[in-house]
Structures are given as C-alpha cells and as structure tokens.
Write a protein that binds this ligand. Structure first.
Ligand SMILES: C[S@@+](CC[C@H](N)C(=O)[O-])C[C@H]1O[C@@H](n2cnc3c(N)ncnc32)[C@H](O)[C@@H]1O
Length: 269
C-alpha cells in the first residue's frame, strides 16, 4: 500500500516529499483532508502556496513531522458519544454474559488514550457487575508516536476529565501537579503501541475492536482494506465498534449489523 509515487500536482508532490522525509505515506487519506491539513500549516507558517510549502520542506525537513501531526488529527475525548458507549456496554453484556475466559480487546487509533481508557473503564465496571473474569490487558495503538507517548504518561487535565463522573474519577485517577493521572495498577493493564493499522493488525482474535473516527479520513479503497483487516482480527463472535459517522455496511458478507444508530457490528464467519 505504501509504494512511493512522485506526484505531478503540488499536493501529490508534498505527499511524496513527506513520505521520503518521514516514511509515512499520506496517499490513503482523503485528498480534501490532506489539502486542509496542509492549508493549516501554510497559515501557521505564513506561506502563500503549496509550492512555497514544498520549498520550505527542502530547508526544514523536520516540518514533515508537523505535516503528519496535522494530517493525523488527534481530536478525542473520554466517552465520545456517551450514548454509543452505553449501547456498547449493553451489547457486550448480552453477548458475553456467560463468558468464562477473559475478554480480549483492542482499541485502534487511540490517539492520546482517552478512548482506550473509556473502553477500559467500561469493561472494568461491566466485568465486575456481571462477575466476569477481568479482561486481558487492553491493547491500544496509534500511528502517531507523540500521541502514544502522551497516552503512556496517562496524565489528563481537569478539563479533559470533564466528561467523567465523580465516581469514575475517584476510582481510576489520582491528583498530579498537572491534573490527574491514571492510577498505576490500571495503567499497567493498558498496553500502548505505535502502529499503522493500514500495515496490518495484531494477529490475535479479539472479542471487541474499537476503531473510531479514522475510517472517515480514508479514501474508499483504504477503508475497505482496513475493514477487511478488522474482520480478520476479530474472533468469530467478536464485535466492531466504529465512530458515529462510520459504517461497515459496504461489506455485508463480512459484518452483520448489531446497532445501526451506534455503529456496532459483529463479525460474520
Ligand atoms: C480523530 S482521532 C480519533 C481518536 C479516537 N479514536 C476517538 O475517536 O476519539 C484519529 C486518530 O487516528 C490516528 N491514525 C491516523 N492514521 C492512522 C493509521 N494509519 N494507523 C493508526 N492510527 C492512525 C491518528 O493519529 C489519530 O490519533
């Protein structure tokens, strides 16, 4: 998927240049999305055109990191679409109520950790309420190493924690000079890794994969490629949790709809 092509248009040339400088190939992402990301960089650097940006990349090769940061859009928050998380908890309880071995869960494109933590908190509470075994340590990945470093630190501001109830804050977080930190014995149960999901997913059969708000940034062929990989990484009984504006409906042979409103699917065998 990452074969380098030299683009003839300025945007294509920027994508090729960034790939040469950073090893990350932005061609699978929607052109409009990349165009907007680079326009934000032009504005930040006060540069007049894509051609000027290309020239700037020649003298400031580290700018390629800023291009990537802008393109990977790490926007996230705890329990984003709270109702969807409630729907997920309901589906997990229905499906795994009788489960005797620990659930395996993977959060792809986890950004700075808020979503991985939301899933982690949901599972801790659900397994306790249903007297299920504690899940295996949760695997969470993102392509952006800066995001993964922040997730590993596990420190969040009061503002970032605003969507969490007081009882969750008390149970899972302790005060730190910069806000709140996830208590160590919980942090140890989340394994964060830098990884590009378009290059492949961990070769495990997960009971739940959460991959939210990444597909929307990809071109259709890359979306299909990722959905196929997500299918292959799921256990035959597993659930896929997508973002509010994402769907696996284009692949009915691979996924069955479980909850349309909240983008929850199950793997078809
Ligand atoms: C908009 S954020 C979504 C974060 C979180 N899933 C949520 O919904 O709150 C998109 C994330 O996808 C990550 N990402 C983009 N391309 C990726 C790729 N090829 N592999 C893994 N992560 C990727 C970005 O770094 C960013 O953190």
């Amino acid at each position: 998927m990452h074969t380098l092509r030299i683009g003839h248009d300025p945007l294509g040339q920027i994508i090729s240049r960034v790939a040469n400088l950073s090893g990350e190939y932005l061609a699978p992402y929607r052109t409009e999305h990349i165009r907007e990301a680079i326009e934000r960089r032009l504005q930040a650097l006060n540069l007049p055109s894509f051609e000027a940006y290309l020239a700037y990349l020649d003298v400031e090769p580290l700018e390629a990191c800023a291009t990537l940061n802008e393109a990977f859009v790490g926007v996230t928050r705890f329990f984003r679409d709270a109702e969807a998380f409630e729907a997920l908890a309901h589906q997990l309880a229905r499906r795994f109520r009788q489960r005797s071995d620990p659930l395996r869960v993977y959060v792809a494109a986890c950004s700075t950790g808020q979503e991985a933590l939301s899933i982690f908190i949901l599972l801790e509470r659900l397994c306790q309420a249903l007297a299920l075994p504690r899940p295996e340590p949760l695997l969470a990945t993102d392509i952006n190493p800066h995001a993964i470093n922040a997730a590993r630190e596990g420190v969040y501001t009061t503002e970032q924690l605003r969507d969490l109830s007081a009882s969750i804050r008390r149970q899972f977080f302790g005060p730190s000079p910069h806000g709140f930190y996830l208590l160590d014995h919980y942090q140890q149960r989340i394994h964060y890794q830098v990884s590009d999901v378009l290059q492949g997913l961990p070769p495990r059969r997960f009971d739940l994969i959460c991959c939210r708000n990444l597909l929307i940034y990809l071109k259709p062929p890359a979306q299909l490629h990722l959905l196929q990989s997500l299918h292959d990484a799921l256990h035959p009984e597993g659930l896929l949790f997508l973002g509010a504006y994402e769907s696996a409906a284009s692949l009915p042979a691979l996924f069955a709809l479980v909850d349309a409103k909240h983008s929850i699917y199950s793997r078809r065998h």
